[in-house]
Design a protein around this ligand. Structure first.
Ligand code: MF3
Ligand code: CO
Ligand code: CO
Length: 287
């Protein structure tokens, strides 16, 4: 048990009474009301947030660079090279490279690939839609984001899927309120996806991020308003809805054990941001 003059558990170096004592009292009260409350590990201090923002600066710039350079006829390996070189030249580490054996510096997921596509000699075609997912480490801190890129003449149904998936992400973010609930996010996302006749992938979730690649809590992209863990200031997590034109079910490439595909071969899209919950709202850190 901490006394009021002990250093705070968050690592700020401040006395507990001047830091998270009030916060803990509030959580204790919410717990008594039957709510699920976040663990202390889920709460980042100012120094953590500083380094996550630094990682995000590189990560955001990498995704901008991909947007400038991507073109029909380019291979996904060439995208990977861009991501790798820009990241290391700016003092970051590509978190994907070597992560649980993943061989490349980013994920490139084309058309019916849902996520975890591995860059290779695939040549981008007119009409392709592709998600590029990058995570950067700076001073041990992580920022994670992905965007969709549309190549050439994209079919109207593909463009609509890309646009609606972005709306899903934006609605998920808009649902994040300090002292709100995690389930509010999935509820907002699924409402938009289903209204457009799409399905939401449930086999992959967003996640806490910052001091490691994947931390608690898991952030489902479906849910019920007012349920799930309470969202407290200092929490940093991703929202990364994967939305399918057809069925939500998927299979994983048996050769590489990574890449997931829609079961029915129809299109999938994804956008991912890293979000910080603040005292009075949110900050989009990586996008
Ligand atoms: N960036 C992905 C995510 O959003 C994780 C990729 S793991 C990798 O969580 F190993 F495939 F790179
Ligand atoms: Co992520
Ligand atoms: Co990601």
């Amino acid at each position: 048990m901490l006394t009021r003059n002990d250093p705070c558990w968050c690592g700020s170096g401040k006395k507990y009474k001047k830091c998270h004592e009030e916060f803990d009292r509030h959580l204790h009260q919410l717990k008594k009301e039957g709510k699920r409350i976040p663990t202390h590990k889920m709460i980042k201090n100012e120094e953590d947030i500083h380094w996550i923002r630094e990682a995000a600066k590189i990560n955001n710039a990498v995704l901008d660079l991909v947007g400038e350079k991507i073109h029909i006829g380019m291979t996904t390996d060439e995208i990977d090279q861009l991501v790798h070189d820009y990241t290391v030249e700016h003092g970051g580490i590509p978190a994907c490279l070597g992560y649980e054996g993943f061989p490349k510096s980013c994920c490139t997921s084309v058309n019916d690939q849902i996520c975890h596509g591995i860059p290779d000699d695939y040549v981008l075609q007119d009409g392709d839609i592709i998600n590029v997912d990058c995570t950067t480490i700076v001073n041990g801190h992580y920022a994670d984001a992905s965007r969709m890129y549309c190549l050439g003449n994209v079919a109207p149904n593909a463009q609509k899927l890309v646009d609606v998936t972005k709306q899903c992400l934006e609605a998920g973010i808009a649902a994040v309120k300090p002292w709100g609930h995690l389930g509010d996010i999935g509820a907002a996302i699924q409402e938009i996806a289903h209204a457009n006749g799409y399905s939401v992938v449930v086999d992959f979730c967003g996640h806490g991020v910052g001091n490691a690649f994947h931390e608690d809590p898991m952030v489902p992209h479906v849910g019920r308003k007012g349920t799930g863990v309470v969202l407290a200031p200092g929490m940093v997590f991703t929202i990364e809805p994967m939305i399918n034109e057809g069925v939500a079910s998927l299979f994983i490439d048996a050769d590489n054990d990574w890449t997931s595909y829609t079961d029915d071969g129809k299109l999938s899209a994804q956008w991912e941001n890293t979000i910080l919950v603040t005292e009075d709202g949110i900050e989009i850190i990586a996008h």
